[in-house]
Design a protein around this ligand. Sequence first.
Ligand code: HEC
Ligand code: HEC
Length: 296
Amino acid sequence: PNTKPALPFPFNLRVLMFGWKTLFLSSAPLPVGSQGQSPAWLRGQYLGNVMGHCAECHTPRGMFGQMQKDRWLQGGTLSLFTAPGITAEALAARGWTREGMAQFLQTGFSAHGSAFDEMHEVIANSTRYLTAEDMTALSTFLLGDNPPAPQPLPAAAPPDSGTGNSAGNGAGNGAGTLDAARGHYMALCASCHGSEGLGRSLTMPPLKGNSTVRQADARNLVLAILVGLPKHPATQQGPTPLPGMPGFMQELTDGEVAALANYTRTALGGQPADVTAAQVADLRSAAGKSGHKAAP
Ligand code: HEC
Ligand code: HEC
């Protein structure tokens, strides 16, 4: 049976939707983030845009909560973690292939990384139940009939790349800070993710070339370090059980987290060292407000 809406006053007054609908409801076809016209792509369009409503989280929103249709699937932040851009271009820039995508949406684990936060729920409650044919359709829709070439991981960026101004905010790119950050990586991360970031088993995702580490926006990387990620039990058709990851918000200062994130980005993700202590401080307080404590 359908559930009764539990919206508080005044949101439970349906008539108020009238204005919003006049502004934003349109019967024009929804945009897409890839090119295609094969039967598989068209089926995937239905699964992704309609049934899976992937865009609800992965599209940025405007002032009135409307999806910004000209930025379809370009990434959105509804809660603490961000849902990164998943247009064909954005995915290829982080190295995704169709096969890797199908594996990710089936098991929550792939060579590109693991699913966490709300994406884990999407997989556990929904996409893992897709038939093989529908899974092919959805990954064809995400990457397109002719997927853009997956970008290889850029060579490790030199530690002083990027804006370089993070030093002034206490994150520091200087050799001393880099050594300290490498030391933190070895002491706090390597036991699970490996000293070269290659992962350790089927349940410890590699960080080298990891899609979260390759994102231009370091938000999810910094948040994972601060609050950790909860463990997930095994389920029948996948997802793979994930043992979870501790958070380090008590152990590390904002500057240390920024330096560690910059070490991870440059050494393992080909990204610039542009995370500042001020950004970490903002995310620390956002995590606190949303009730996240460092996972034990
Ligand atoms: C006790 C083992 C453990 C330690 C220690 C650990 N991690 Fe993790 N980490 C995990 C597991 C397991 C996952 C996958 C969790 C999930 O997807 O739900 C993960 C996921 C991640 C992710 C998201 C990866 C993805 O696939 O998208 C990042 C980024 C990350 N860890 C960075 C770090 C950093 C940096 C450190 C050191 C500060 C660290 N981890 C320490 C076990 C660990
Ligand atoms: C309820 C919000 C929500 C919905 C709905 C949602 N996602 Fe996500 N998605 C996220 C969040 C948050 C992340 C970041 C965590 C992670 O990387 O696992 C994410 C991550 C991803 C990633 C990994 C990207 C990367 O580079 O690491 C892919 C691929 C993805 N989503 C595809 C989809 C598809 C396909 C659908 C529709 C079937 C979908 N998502 C629906 C919230 C959502």
